[in-house]
Each structure stands twice: as structure tokens, then as C-alpha cells.
Ligand binder design. Structure first.
Ligand code: OGA
Ligand code: MN
Length: 282
């Protein structure tokens, strides 16, 4: 098998062919994948047949585990590092997190050190008359930054945005105890990617609650304008899942959003893992 990495026609995403992720990832392959992840924002490989242990091994190759609070209630049995993302019910209970990521976001941006990347491995993909449902969209924050007018780049230089987990209350079922664990933090609006060195925009409508040193009204307008800019159609790649897809996204280069256009009896079942970054966003 020879390795082939092909960019999608969109602003983000690349398909990786010629890898069998059941096998250990050697140093050269890892360096290539790590670079492609940073550059394209997400990389995916189809037709993988992975056990939970093998998904854990792929994840740990990229970094230490960095699970989110939803894993505490929806971890895979025996694998606390794997979160089940699913709409499936068994005995009247949700077997996984339902409706995750139904808004543009970057994972755990409300954390002082958000995870570098997230891996979704597709076990079951809903479909209707042969059409896959439950796509995931990715917005290229590096391309969005490049496309900003020079004045805006200047205006944003050195600015830090505030992220507050409490703002998620209207989106996800979260407890006060969980909110208390994540006091508001700030991150640079313009991030420098740790691998590629590219500049990326790091701002989202729901999670970003302010911009330091800016009046609230002005910050709200700025956040909305930038969030809309980042998610313009020309910056988006929309992934149509097939079962057996392993997709890794980079939480700096892209933001993402789940399309909730399916419901039971159409089943969606994903195993999700996250790996840490080397320190806080810079
Ligand atoms: C996530 C997420 C999107 C999806 O797991 O962090 O946003 O399509 N998932 O399931
Ligand atoms: Mn997410």
C-alpha cells in the first residue's frame, strides 16, 4: 500500500489512502499525517476496521487523551477515553451523547488548554434512500483569516476573546458543578498554528462571550461578524460519512458543526476520542 493524501475540492479536508490504522503508525507516517492535519484541518480515511483499543492507539499517537465532560456520562464501557456519540436508545436510555455539536464551534474552547484534535470513528451512519445523513461541516479558519481585509487583521492583532462554558447552558445539558470547573478563559483571536505556523481565527458565536478591552456591544457585533465570515460557504467542507470512516480534525485550523437532519429509526453511532495540545493556544 502506498500513502496518498488528496485534498478535497473544498477549503478544508483531505482523504488519506493507503493506510491501515490497525497497524502502528511509524515516525515518518506520523509526521506526514500530523502536518496534513494542521494544513487541511481534517483528514479522513475510509474503510477502516478498528476495535476500541485500535482507535485508542491511533489517538495516543497524536497526543495524550483529553476527554470532555460528556464522556463522564456517555463513555464507552471499559473505555472511559472514548465518548459514544449517538441518537440510539436502548431500554429507553440514550446510549451516547445525542445532538452533539449542533452549532459552529471548536471543541472545548472554554478550557484553558483545549484539545489539539478530535477523532470520530463512524460505526453507523444514518441514510435515507441511499443518501447519507448526519454530515459534519468544517470551516477553514486559516483561509478565513487570510481573506480578511488588512484593516481587520490589524484591528484584531493582539486581541483576546473570552470563552465561558456557562454560555453553553442553552445548548447542552450541563450541570452547575461542571460550569464551576470551567471558569471563563481568554484565548488569542488570531492563533498561530503550532504545526503549520499559519494564522487562524478563533472565535465562535455561541462560546465567545466577549473580547477583552472592548465594550460589550462592540464585542458582540465583532463576534457575530467574524463568526459569519468564518462560516461563509467558500470556507466550508461538508463531510458525508460512510461507516468505517476515521476522521481527525484539528481544533485550531477548523471549526465544525453537526447537521441534525436524521432521527430514529435512522441510527448514527460514532466513537469519539480527543487528544491534547502542547499547552494553551498562542
Ligand atoms: C463532536 C462534534 C459532530 C458530529 O463530537 O465534538 O461536534 O457530527 N460532533 O457528530
Ligand atoms: Mn465538537
Amino acid at each position: 500500500m502506498s500513502l496518498e493524501i488528496t485534498a478535497t475540492d473544498a477549503a478544508a479536508g483531505a482523504e488519506v489512502k493507503g493506510v491501515d490504522l490497525r497497524e502502528p503508525i511509524g515516525d515518518n507516517l506520523f509526521a506526514t499525517l500530523d502536518r496534513a492535519l494542521g494544513e487541511y484541518g481534517n483528514i479522513y480515511s475510509r474503510d477502516q476496521e478498528l476495535t476500541p483499543d485500535q482507535q485508542m492507539a491511533v489517538t495516543l499517537r497524536f497526543g495524550e487523551l483529553d476527554p470532555n465532560v460528556f464522556g463522564e456520562t456517555h463513555g464507552l464501557d471499559g473505555y472511559p477515553g472514548i465518548v459514544v456519540i449517538s441518537n440510539v436508545e436502548e431500554d429507553g436510555h440514550q446510549i451516547g451523547v445525542k445532538g452533539a455539536g449542533n452549532n459552529w464551534h471548536s471543541d472545548m474552547c472554554y478550557d484553558a488548554t483545549p484539545p489539539r484534535g478530535t477523532i470520530l470513528y463512524a460505526h453507523e451512519v444514518p441514510e435515507k434512500n441511499g443518501l447519507p445523513l448526519g454530515d459534519t461541516c468544517f470551516a477553514a479558519t486559516n483561509k478565513a483569516y487570510d481573506a480578511l481585509p488588512t484593516e481587520m487583521k490589524e484591528a484584531l492583532k493582539g486581541k483576546r476573546a473570552v470563552f465561558d462554558f456557562a454560555a453553553r447552558k442553552h445548548l447542552n445539558p450541563i450541570t452547575q458543578e461542571q460550569i464551576d470547573r470551567f471558569p471563563a478563559v481568554s484565548h488569542p483571536v488570531i492563533r498561530t498554528h503550532p504545526v503549520t505556523g499559519e494564522k487562524c481565527l478563533y472565535i465562535m458565536r455561541d462560546d465567545t462571550t466577549g473580547i477583552e478591552g472592548m465594550e460589550q456591544d462592540e464585542a458582540d457585533l465583532m463576534i457575530a461578524a467574524l463568526a459569519d465570515h468564518i462560516t461563509r460557504p467558500e470556507f466550508i467542507y461538508r463531510h458525508q460519512w460512510q461507516s468505517g470512516d476515521l476522521l481527525i480534525w484539528d481544533n485550531c485550523t477548523v471549526q465544525h458543526r453537526a447537521i441534525q437532519d436524521y432521527a430514529l429509526p435512522h441510527r448514527r453511532l460514532m466513537h469519539r476520542t480527543t487528544f491534547a495540545a502542547n499547552g494553551a493556544p498562542a
